[in-house]
Design a protein. Structure first.
Length: 329
């Protein structure tokens, strides 16, 4: 069985009820955590590393990971510190507003010295995002060292840019990506991030520019319009989307897409099937209020994968000018 290691900040989320703002649902989240849960549900062995608080929300995070089958045994437990919080509220049928309360969280105090030297032992893929280096100098140093160590060990690295303007400005996220892109095998980004990194407004030109910088695979998520995948050998795939009934819950959809793509790639699934399968995984999460509650099981994924392979099932075709009711961010 393949093993994926993720590194990232755990968060608690409060989703305010549309009808009554006095009522809120509590979930756990974090981009890397969401992807870890999605991978575990698909039968991938996943390890998650972080510096996590021992408060009530931190305990909820660890309990959730245990329930989902994610190995969090190497987590650094920070006594007396606190877990970051995000409050989410609906703006319209397609979008949610997120307010971040994460400054000074336990994870923002992570230092390179707290990362175990053997953390990459037995790991087949390291998955990270641009969020961790944006929350503090210590986390950035630890994140960079782990990526470099993975590259030295020939462990493939996947990086989702995941730009959070609340944490880092445009120049900052460019610097973060530039500092490690030579060690990245698979790069995930959305259209805005691709333009920010390349200066190209055309998605296909931006994709080509990113592939030229070294990653073997670049996955460009275009939200309601589909996705593009570019490979170092010059191939390009165009993928469609799966319509989702309104209202949608787009937060966490990009993490779900990543999980779908990574699980399929590790399982040797043909990229032409992996791309619509990743979009389908994202659509499942978009339809659910939680960041990862809507993740499908391994059996559900297998059923859809087989239908896609046979040609019995297909998403809406890729069309950059045709909006549909799904958002992948």
């Amino acid at each position: 069985m393949t093993t994926v290691l993720t590194l990232g900040e755990p968060l608690a989320t409060l989703t305010v009820d549309d009808a009554d703002p006095r009522v809120a649902a509590v979930h756990v989240a974090g981009a890397e955590l969401n992807t870890a849960v999605g991978l575990a549900r698909q039968g991938v062995e996943v390890r998650w590393f972080s510096r996590s608080a021992d408060d009530a929300l931190g305990s909820l995070v660890l309990a959730t990971l245990r329930r989902e089958g994610v190995d969090a045994s190497r987590v650094v437990l920070a006594t007396g510190e606190r877990t970051g919080l995000i409050v989410k509220q609906r703006i319209d049928d397609h979008a949610m507003r997120s307010e971040h309360y994460r400054a000074g969280s336990a994870s923002s105090r992570l230092s390179p010295e707290e990362v175990p030297g053997d953390l990459l032992e037995g790991v087949d893929l390291l998955h990270v995002t641009g969020i961790t280096p944006a929350i503090g100098e210590g986390p950035r140093a630890a994140w960079t060292a782990l990526i470099r160590s993975a590259a030295d060990r020939l462990v493939p690295v996947s990086l989702d840019v995941n730009h959070r303007p609340q944490l880092v400005d445009d120049d900052g996220i460019r610097d973060i990506v530039d500092s490690v892109i030579d060690s990245v095998d698979t790069l995930f980004c959305n259209e805005e991030e691709a333009q920010l990194l390349t200066g190209e407004t055309d998605p296909e030109r931006a994709l080509a520019a990113l592939v030229a910088r070294g990653p073997r695979t670049v996955v460009l998520k275009l939200g309601r319009r589909g996705a593009l995948v570019g490979f170092a050998d010059g191939r390009t795939l165009r993928g469609g989307v799966w319509p989702v009934p309104l209202p949608t819950f787009p937060v966490g959809a990009g993490d779900a897409f990543n999980a779908g793509w990574i699980a399929a790639a590790l399982g040797g699934v043909d990229p032409g099937v992996a791309l619509p399968l990743a979009a389908w995984t994202a659509a499942r999460v978009v339809a659910d209020p939680g960041d990862h509650d809507g993740f499908p099981s391994a059996a559900e994924v297998a059923e859809v994968r087989e239908a896609l392979t046979r040609g019995d099932l297909a998403p809406e075709p890729y069309d950059v000018g045709a909006p549909v009711e799904v958002v992948v961010r």
